[in-house]
Structures are given as structure tokens and as C-alpha cells.
Design a protein. Structure first.
Length: 224
């Protein structure tokens, strides 16, 4: 199987027991793939087919042609200079497109911070999946909150990891952090973006209310 946009190539070889010049011919090549045959007329080669040098055919990505997904029956045959032909070798070539990760099911853990002890708490973003089972790399792109900051930042990031401060205003209705991220499976078209929320309630038994105001958790107030 070949994935759209993936580099790489497939090589096939042939031989002739009489050491005749041989050319490989391919049919049914998928759009977006090209076949290049290099005929060979081995000089002084052994008549033994197992040791004679032979032609080479290479299937490779053709950037000048639009690729298509699907299953394609490809045939390869060797022809010598006298018109003799080898049996046809056939195989099915499957071309598939890459599916992007799914960010809509993402969730933060923990999603509620208590007590508000002013300490940083690591937040794990889970629930991001990839339909193809590819490994996913997360990147935190921004962290916002609905309450003003003090002179200290209220969040930290390292690549795909985030930590936010367990803090809220005493006379407010709780704090809500908005953590934005991207997910990438490392293949063409394999990205998505998402958002998770973390709340710091005013009281232990209450729920943080999102005021919809936004302040950058990573920028100290005095630098705004």
C-alpha cells in the first residue's frame, strides 16, 4: 500500500537465460506513480538466469500527475529484443489518503483544580485519536484565562505539555483556562486543532463560570 504524499519507490528486476537485451513493461500503474524501465544487455553475462544481470524497473512518485486513491491491478512483463515475453506478473497496488487526527474528542485531565493553592498543576490532554493508528504529537499553541493576571504568569508550556496555576479571584465566580493545541501525525494533511478547558471554582462545591473575557496566561500583566 502507498499513502498519498509519501516518498519512496519500488524496484523490480528481470533476467534472460540467453543474456538478450530485456525491457520491463508495466501496465495499470496508479495515477501519480510513474514506471521507469532501464533495459540491460549484459556483455559476457552468464547464461544462467540466476547470475545474469537484468533490466531494472522503478515505480516512483510522479509529482507532475495528480494522484488518485483506490486499488489498481498492476502488471509487469519482460520483453527481449526478439519479441519473446515472460509470463505476466500481476499485483494489486492500494493507494490510500492519510486521515487527519481527531481533536474534537479531546479532554483535559484534571479538568477542575482544587484547592486554589497558587501552585502549578500539570494538565494532560487526552482523547485525541488517529483513524489510521498513527502516532500523534501534540503542541500547545496558546493558553488563555478569563481573569486578569497578577505580575506572575499563570501557565507554563513545554511542547505538548501544559501546566496552569490553581488560582482564582476570591470575589469572582471562578477561573476558566482555555488551552489551545494542535495534533500532528507527521504525514501530509495529518493535522487538527482543538481546545480544552480547565476550571478553578470559587468554592469547592461550585463550578467555575466562563465570563468569556480572555487574558494571555503566559504573558505577565506588567508586560502587556
Amino acid at each position: 500500500m502507498t499513502l498519498l504524499g509519501s516518498p519512496g519507490m519500488v524496484t523490480v528486476t528481470g533476467s534472460d537465460p540467453d543474456s538478450d537485451a530485456v525491457t520491463l513493461v508495466a501496465t495499470g500503474v496508479p495515477p501519480g506513480i510513474k514506471f521507469t524501465s532501464t533495459p540491460v544487455n549484459p556483455t559476457g553475462a552468464s547464461s544462467d538466469a540466476s547470475t545474469s544481470a537484468g533490466p531494472t524497473g522503478v515505480f516512483s512518485i510522479d509529482p507532475s500527475t495528480a494522484a488518485q486513491t483506490g486499488d489498481f491491478v498492476v502488471t509487469v512483463q519482460a520483453l527481449d529484443a526478439f519479441g519473446a515475453a515472460s509470463p505476466v506478473q500481476a499485483f494489486t497496488w492500494s493507494v490510500r489518503s492519510n486521515s487527519a487526527p481527531v481533536c474534537s474528542t479531546a479532554a483535559a485531565s484534571p479538568s477542575v483544580l482544587w484547592p486554589p493553592n497558587h501552585k502549578f498543576v500539570p494538565i494532560v490532554i487526552g482523547g485525541v485519536t488517529d483513524p489510521d493508528g498513527d502516532a500523534i504529537r501534540l503542541e500547545i499553541t496558546r493558553i488563555l484565562q478569563d481573569e486578569p493576571l497578577t505580575s506572575a504568569v499563570d501557565a507554563e508550556t513545554v511542547g505538548g505539555s501544559a501546566s496552569v496555576r490553581a488560582e482564582r479571584m476570591r470575589n469572582g465566580d471562578g477561573r476558566v483556562y482555555e488551552i489551545r493545541f494542535t495534533a500532528d501525525d507527521g504525514k501530509e494533511g495529518g493535522t487538527c486543532s482543538g481546545t480544552v478547558f480547565v476550571g478553578v471554582p470559587r468554592d469547592k462545591d461550585s463550578v467555575a463560570v466562563d465570563s468569556k473575557l480572555r487574558f494571555d496566561s503566559l504573558v505577565p500583566a506588567k508586560k502587556r
